[in-house]
Write a protein that binds this ligand. Structure first.
Ligand SMILES: Nc1ncnc2c1ncn2[C@@H]1O[C@H](COP(=O)(O)OP(=O)(O)OP(=O)(O)O)[C@@H](O)[C@H]1O
Ligand SMILES: [Mg+2]
Length: 151
């Protein structure tokens, strides 16, 4: 069942990220979709806040992925991925791409947050949260629609 919320300000979007982030656990994947500037990275900041991982969360556009370590031992890291630059690559193997980065954290020990991940990142985990952000033409207001998938 999809849920939806109107986000009038950046703070609202961070708060939604924090609310959803508090429900995530190691091994979960978050698939963030929506157009350029929709607020995917802002939402990822809220998720990072709830997970209590090191910041800052900035757009990983030029690096594929950034790793954010947990501040408290034993809690999941956050791996923040941006697939925008790879959207045109047909047959992209996301798992192989992530493997090739030699991250310090196993994907199973992290929450993996993927911008522009629609259609690719869902395959990383049976447990995933899809969040779509939309923006109107005139206002700063965003609309988030999200849905949990779990076996
Ligand atoms: N209600 C809102 N929620 C989120 N961001 C907002 C809101 N209102 C205005 N903004 C602004 O919109 C921009 C959202 O940028 P952000 O980098 O999060 O988008 P994005 O979806 O990650 O884009 P990209 O696809 O380029 O990675 C920020 O500059 C933010 O300040
Ligand atoms: Mg972004």
């Amino acid at each position: 069942m999809a849920e939806t919320q109107t986000l009038a300000t950046v703070e609202d979007t961070i708060a939604l990220g924090a609310l959803l982030g508090a429900q995530l656990r190691a091994g979960d994947v978050v698939v963030l979709s929506g157009p350029l500037g929709a607020g995917k990275t802002v939402l990822a900041k809220g998720i990072a806040q709830a997970l209590d991982v090191d910041g800052p969360v900035t757009s990983p556009t030029f690096v594929l992925a950034r790793e954010h370590r947990p501040r408290r031992p034993g809690t999941p890291a956050m791996i923040h991925v941006d697939l925008y630059r790879l959207l045109d690559e047909s047959g992209l193997d996301l798992l192989a791409e992530l493997d090739s980065l030699d991250l310090d954290t196993e994907l199973d020990d992290a929450v993996v947050v993927v911008e522009w991940g629609e259609g690719l990142a869902e395959r990383l985990s049976e447990r995933h949260l899809d969040i779509r952000l939309e923006r109107g033409a005139e206002s700063e207001t965003r609309t988030a629609t999200w849905r949990w998938y779990a076996p």
